[in-house]
Design a protein around this ligand. Structure first.
Ligand code: ADP
Ligand code: MG
Length: 768
């Protein structure tokens, strides 16, 4: 098996118009003949193919992809993947753009490969081709079917089949017949791809996309010979998301998260490439499982695919770092060496694998058939044995019936031999027959003894039969006696049944009578209920009347709100009294009712007396009814009393509530009064202070003329008089105010006192 390295190509795109506008400088040069890329001043890299800014799509395809397509048709697996920073031209090169917006000569690798494949198919009519395509995207480390967007990400799983081939379980594979069909599928997938605007590319691909063409080819029947097998192969076209430094892209939020996932996937791919390309680590662990992209590409990267890596770089000096990194990344991939093999039809391999299994199964089938034959024979034998057994039992039955006949005949003939006179010849014949039978019986007995191995009684058979007959007779006698007993018992049962019937009839009658009595009682109860309602309504009416009379008693106190409340107390107390009174009045009413009940009872009684059969029972019923009525009356009385008590309690509660409210109010009043008092005291203090200052001023004024103008005595006297007057007036003022306040306080206290007195009165009344 030949080992071939991964082919690495570098494509440098031209400066984009916006880059030219910003006057960006080119930092990448190519040495076409030497397949070298020089970046910056002294970074030189050599690759399998290098494509400059003037390279065409056709050129890239013809150099890199065409050989892979040929290999695909020969049965080899192929993989092409585009690597590079965002905006370096990966999607452009692979052909993942919207083909409607791209000119025919600018179409990328995939559409060209599709065209070529179907061209190849059309040229090989002797081969039956089956082409299938699938298009998967890895977005934020989740698989997405770009050809069937309704497939949930959770339904897509990466698996390895028994041959180590990677399979994406759950992805849709479309069987296609022509190039146009594939192109339209590709376009719908491209449209569904996750893209987003970044600082570096307006339509930056935010995911890794894997477009796969699987072909299955087989010689047509007319050209086929036994030596040729069918071939299956697949071609992965991978457009990786941009390798980007987070700082440079300036991504935030969701874009930042995407970038992290993209970079981790590319990092894992870089590690796999490094591991595969390192000759020292060849046998060591390859970290395929670190990312989805490496898991999917596992069978192509590390096994038998022909691989081309296209590294896309921007020529702009602004992208120098990224371009240098991409070139270093690509340089590592050069060391990967694969061993591509033709993938013969896995169906044939499977048949080969299954051959020993088929042989084993055939052997098992044969042995099964043999054992089946045995089973059949065994069943036949069993059938024969069972039919023989049946025959045997039938014969045994016959034998026993014959033996019984012979036994009977023997007994008869023995008797005849004794009693009847026979001719000699006849007697001899009979004797010889009897001895023959006895001999046969003896033989049979010896056979039976040897068969069972037990000793049998030496009693002859006919004696046993006689004994049995006697037993039978006895049994018959017992049976006859039993029958007689049975008929007697039957008669007794008959009598008992008649009695039961009579009792049942009686019970029925009793039940009917009971029903009637219950009905009467029910009617009486309803009557009582109605009367009770009437009495209650009467009582309520009486209550209302009393209630209406009460306000007259408190006419004098109409203006006083507190007194109104009191009135309501009094009213409620009176109401309680009247209710008490009413409840007392209720007693004769109830006795009246009882009297009426008695009456109705009597009327019922008279009605019942007509029935002579049930007279006594009706009497007892009547008595119980009267007792029940008494009980009912008592309970009614008790109920009325309890209701009264409840009412009293409710009233008490109300009164207590009112008292509490009053107390609270008085407390508030007292507080406000004290506050007002303190206010007035401070006001008075201020006034006293003012009066004092006035007084001292006037005294000063008085002293001044004393010292300065001693001569002006009458004026001095005047002033002194004025001063005295003022002082007296002030004193009077103060005294008056004090007296007023005191009077107010006294009035307030009086008012409070009267309130307390009133409450005391109320309480004493309540107690009464
Ligand atoms: P990537 O997929 O790497 O992010 P794109 O393929 O989307 O980048 O390319 C970015 C822009 O550069 C697109 O507008 C594309 O048309 C343009 N472009 C890329 N490579 C070339 C090229 N070789 N010739 C002309 N234009 C190119
Ligand atoms: Mg892209």
């Amino acid at each position: 098996m030949e080992e071939i390295p991964v082919k690495v190509a570098v494509r440098v795109r031209p400066l984009l118009s916006k880059e030219i506008l910003h006057n960006q400088q080119v930092c990448v040069r190519l040495v076409q003949n030497a397949n070298q890329v020089i970046i910056g001043k002294d970074h030189v890299f050599t690759f399998d193919f290098v494509f400059g800014e003037n390279s065409t799509q056709e050129e890239v395809y013809a150099v890199c992809i065409k050989p892979l397509l040929v290999s695909l048709t020969e049965g080899y697996n192929a993989l092409v993947f585009a690597y590079g920073q965002t905006g370096s031209g990966k999607t452009y090169t692979i052909g993942g753009e919207d083909s409607a917006s791209v000119a025919a000569d600018e179409r990328g690798i995939i559409p060209r490969a599709i065209q070529e494949l179907f061209h190849h198919i059309s040229e090989h009519r002797n081969i039956n081709f089956h082409v299938k395509v699938s298009y998967i995207e890895i977005y934020k480390e989740e698989l997405r079917d770009l050809l069937d967007l309704e497939t949930s990400m959770k339904d897509l799983h990466i698996r390895e089949d028994e041959k180590g081939n990677t399979v994406i379980v759950g992805s849709k594979e479309f069987q296609v017949e022509c190039a146009d069909e594939v192109i339209s599928l590709l376009e719908s997938g491209n449209a569904a791809r996750h893209t987003g605007t970044t600082q570096m590319n307006e339509h930056s691909s935010r995911s890794h996309a894997i477009f796969t063409i699987s072909i299955h080819q087989k010689q047509s029947a007319e050209y086929q010979n036994a030596a040729q097998d069918s071939i299956s192969s697949k071609f992965h076209f991978v457009d990786l998301a941009g390798s980007e430094r987070l700082a440079k892209t300036g991504n935030t939020g969701e874009r930042f998260k995407e970038s992290v996932k993209i970079n981790s996937g590319l990092f894992a791919l870089g590690n796999v490439i490094s591991a595969l390309g390192d000759p020292k680590r060849k046998s060591a662990h390859i970290p395929y499982r670190d990312a989805k992209i490496t898991r999917i590409l596992k069978d192509s990267l590390g096994r038998n695919a022909k691989i081309v890596m296209i590294t896309c770089i921007s020529p702009s000096s602004l992208d120098f770092d990224e371009s240098l990194n991409s070139l270093k990344y690509a340089n590592r991939a050069k060391n990967i060496r694969n061993k591509p093999v033709v993938n013969y039809n896995p169906e044939k391999d499977r048949i080969d694998e299954m051959e020993p299994e088929i042989r084993l199964l055939q052997e098992a089938l044969q042995s099964q058939q043999v054992s089946n034959q045995h089973l059949h024979d065994l069943n036949e034998e069993k059938g024969r044995v069972s039919s023989l057994e049946e025959k045997l039992t039938r014969l045994q039955v016959q034998y026993f019936s014959y033996r019984n006949c012979v036994d009977e005949a023997l007994l008869l003939l023995v008797d005849l031999n004794d009693d009847v006179s026979l001719r000699r010849s006849q007697r001899d014949r009979l004797q010889s027959w009897i001895s023959m039978v006895q001999k046969v019986r003896k033989e049979a007995l010896t056979v039976q003894e040897t068969d069972t191995g037990t000793e049998t009684s030496p009693v002859p058979h006919h004696i046993t039969v006689l004994q049995q007959k006697r037993d039978l007779e006895k049994c018959q006698q017992v049976l006859a006696m039993n029958e007689e007993l049975f008929s007697q018992k039957n008669h007794e049962v008959q009598i008992l049944q008649n009695q039961t019937k009579a009792l049942l009839q009686e019970k029925k009658e009793q039940q009917e009578f009971l029903k009637e009595a219950q009905e009467t009682q029910r009617l009486q109860m309803t009557e009582f209920h109605i009367r009770r309602q009437i009495i209650l309504s009467k009582l309520e009416d009486q209550d209302k009347v009393l209630h209406c009379h009460l306000p007259d008693q408190s006419d004098e106190e109409e203006d006083n709100t507190r007194c109104e409340e009191k009135t309501s107390y009094k009213c409620s107390i009176n109401q309680t009294w009247t209710q008490n009174h009413a409840s007392l009045c209720f007693l004769p009413d109830v006795s009246d009712m009882k009297h009426q009940v008695d009456k109705s009872g009597l009327s019922n009684k008279s009605a019942l007396q007509t029935d002579t059969n049930t007279g006594e029972e009706s009497d007892s019923l009547q008595n119980s009814h009267v007792i029940n009525m008494q009980k009912l009356t008592n309970s009614e009385l008790r109920l009325a009393k309890t209701e009264q008590k409840i009412r009293k309690l409710a009233l008490n509660m109300k009164r207590k509530e009112e008292l509490i409210k009053d107390l609270v109010r008085t407390g508030k009043d007292a507080l406000s009064v004290s506050w007002q008092c303190s206010l007035k005291i401070s006001q008075l203090e201020q006034e006293i202070e003012q009066a004092k200052t006035q007084l001292s001023e006037t005294q000063k004024q008085l002293q001044e003329p004393d010292s300065k103008e001693l001569r002006d005595i009458p004026e001095k006297v005047m002033l002194q008089k004025e001063c005295q007057k003022k002082t007296e007036a002030a004193k009077l003022k103060v005294q008056k105010r004090e007296a007023r306040e005191l009077a107010q306080k006294v009035a307030q206290l009086k008012h409070q006192l009267s309130q307390i007195e009133e409450r005391l009165c109320e309480e004493s009344e309540k107690k009464k």
